[in-house]
Ligand binder design. Structure first.
Ligand code: HAM
Length: 444
């Protein structure tokens, strides 16, 4: 197959009338896609580790699922008229003609896997978590990216409001463990198929009377998804809907009891929350409880996490009628906040081996391998560098000790171990040195 012309890489570039060698500026990442580099990745790891510790305690098990799913999965679950499905998905036809989408969220894929593997037949209740990247073609800005990561948690098989409360508690517990104090749960009930249609009709009638005060997006939403008008941030829309009907007035007795129990359960745990009757969320699968963890630390992108109950989704996707509830944390946003509170200590080698000359380097490499495979963070200089430059590098890496091995040391059969903080140096015999170093640095 002939590759399309865009696969030809490297532009011949003519400068000053002569055809020079290929001149290219280094390629840049795609807009809205960012790199997590050392320095930041340690922070991400520590957040993920903290989340995993909490998930273990609360009985969640990890699932790892494909990043690519059939487009239909997202259209049927998130909803055809949502912003995500209408305009934000990375969708393409593969070479076999299938319409595929880079997952914009994880819940649909988790439900797909749950049904595909008939996990409901194995156990009545499942608790899953997954961590990984999502893709949405939104307008990039601080806290909003086109590739971003989420920490998802989902509970299947529990209709009880206590499952919703437990998820909110997990979020609050994680925020506390990470030292994030500016994070408040906002909760709402979106009603159920029994009571929401009446609210939708009342809201639609109200919005029809709002004339031309709504933004162009909301004029469209009024027809396709009127509830979404309620959480539009445009001031004109806020004003126009200030006296809109409230969902709370339309909840059926079952939804009222469900929502009241969530609140009581949170109060019982001493969790402060805000009831926010405009919290309608941007995905269509929710019923009853919805929630977000909001912060003032991120400007316009104030949600660190969002979630809610989605009892009908398994059935909509062709499976049995199984209740479910879950949340997703925006890891990029959370890392931005945690990064302002604390920075994990950079990884520093316990030992740097400064070798001078080929024979010393060979020996140093042997010891380095022994140290590294014994779990000790050690480094060496691989090239032919002066002692001064090697000491400089050891200092830059933050090594606590340097083992110096030059020709003189090789002849004497001893190496010099220098404590970088105290500057104290001792001679150490080379015989069985690696094992003695392992013993010494394992303890520190
Ligand atoms: P969501 O509200 O669309 O919900 O996303 C959850 C969180 O992901 C947001 O609160 C935010 O922190 C983060 N997030 C979303 N979009 C971006 C973006 N473009 N850049 C950076 N962070 C972003 C869901 O995805 C649902 N699947 C949550 C859920 C799980 N509901 C039930 N189970």
């Amino acid at each position: 197959m002939t590759p399309p012309s865009f696969f030809k890489i490297g532009n011949r570039c003519t400068r000053h009338g002569t055809d020079t060698a290929t001149t290219m500026t280094p390629l840049q990442s795609i807009k809205g896609f960012k790199d997590i580099l050392p320095g930041e990745s340690e922070l991400w790891q520590s957040i993920e580790q903290q989340a995993k510790t909490i998930f273990d305690a609360f009985g969640f098990h990890e699932v790892r699922l494909p990043l690519l799913e059939k487009t239909e999965l997202f259209a049927r679950s998130i909803g055809e008229s949502t912003d995500i499905v209408e305009k934000e998905m990375y969708t393409f036809q593969d070479r076999g003609g299938d319409l595929l989408t880079m997952r914009p969220e994880a819940t649909a894929g988790i439900v797909r896997a749950y049904l595909q593997h008939k996990l409901y037949a194995r156990e009545a209740v499942h608790k899953f978590y997954t961590i990984g990247p999502m893709f949405r073609r939104e307008r990039p800005q601080k806290g909003r990216y086109r590739q971003f990561s989420q920490i998802n948690a989902e509970i299947f098989g529990v209709a009880s409001p206590y499952a919703d409360a437990q998820l909110i508690l997990v979020l609050v517990h994680l925020m506390n463990a990470l030292g994030v104090t500016d994070a408040t749960p906002h909760i709402n009930s979106l009603g159920c198929p029994a009571c929401r249609p009446a609210f939708r009709t009342a809201l639609k009638t109200f919005l029809d009377g709002a004339g031309d005060h709504l933004c162009s997006d909301c004029v469209r939403r009024r027809e396709t998804n009127p509830l979404r008008v309620l959480d539009c941030k445009v001031p004109g829309c806020r004003e126009a809907t200030a006296n809109a009907p409230a969902l709370a007035d339309y909840l059926c007795p079952e939804c009222q009891t469900h929502f009241a129990t969530v609140q009581q359960a949170l109060e019982g745990q001493g969790v402060a929350f805000t009831i926010d009757d405009r919290l309608v969320r941007g995905l269509d699968y929710y019923i009853r409880t919805t929630f977000e963890i909001q912060t003032s630390a991120l400007g316009a992108q104030n949600a660190i996490a969002g979630g809610g109950r989605y009892d009908g989704l398994a059935h909509t996707l062709g499976g049995p009628d199984i209740p479910a509830t879950g949340f997703a944390i925006g890891l990029d946003r959370l890392a931005e906040i945690v990064g302002t509170i604390r920075q994990p200590a950079p990884l520093q080698p316990a030992l740097f081996i400064a070798a001078l000359g080929e024979e010393a380097r060979r020996k140093a490499f042997q010891w380095l391998c022994q140290l590294n495979t014994s779990g000790i963070a050690a480094e060496m200089e691989y090239g032919d560098k002066s002692l001064k430059s090697q000491m400089k590098r050891a200092d830059k890496l933050g090594a606590s000790h340097v083992l110096i091995l030059g020709e003189k040391e090789m002849q004497r059969g001893t190496a010099t171990l220098r404590n970088m903080a105290s500057k104290e140096q001792i001679d150490v015999p080379m015989r069985d040195l690696a094992n003695r170093l392992i013993e010494r640095f394992k303890k520190t």
